[in-house]
Design a protein around this ligand. Structure first.
Ligand SMILES: [Fe+2]
Ligand SMILES: [Fe+2]
Length: 149
């Protein structure tokens, strides 16, 4: 079945990417710190879009009580998310280091956009750890239980 990342989450990822791309075009150390962060983010976002966020596209139907056999397709993703969760979390940790650096040079070079971006991305990662990843795994558990897999 075709699993779609909820539109709001997709837009949030795109907005973060665009914001970071803008920072890489600024002069000075901000750009350098932003480029380092881009390097960390690229692969991480790709993985999230591949298997961590699409399961959340089922939440709406599941909450309404709809469960269909095709939903079993989500299990490959949620199993992968469960297996690779430690990697995703350690990537967040690496990002945090790069974020601190970006915020620090942003303050030094009077670039409030860099400081705001660092805060926004930190909150984004916390939201994923505390809500989105667990919710996606719960989707898998629930579908598995309901379909008796
Ligand atoms: Fe993300
Ligand atoms: Fe993330």
């Amino acid at each position: 079945m075709d699993l779609k990342i909820p539109e709001a989450l997709k837009k949030e990822h795109e907005a973060l990417h665009e914001e970071l791309a803008k920072l890489t075009r600024l002069p000075g150390q901000v750009a350098e710190a932003a480029r380092k962060l881009t390097h960390h983010l690229h692969d991480h976002f790709r993985k999230e879009q591949e298997y961590a966020l699409p399961p959340l596209g089922l939440l709406h139907d599941l909450a309404k009580g709809t469960v269909t056999p095709e939903m079993a397709g989500v299990l490959a993703m949620t199993d992968r998310l469960k297996a690779e969760l430690p990697t995703l979390l350690s990537e967040h940790l690496q990002m945090t280091g790069a974020l601190h650096k970006l915020a620090e040079v942003g303050r030094k070079e009077m670039r409030p956009a860099a400081v705001h971006f660092a805060e926004a991305l930190k909150l984004h990662a916390e939201m994923e750890e505390q809500v989105l990843y667990p919710a996606a795994m719960l989707v898998g558990e629930y579908v598995r239980a309901r379909l008796g897999k």
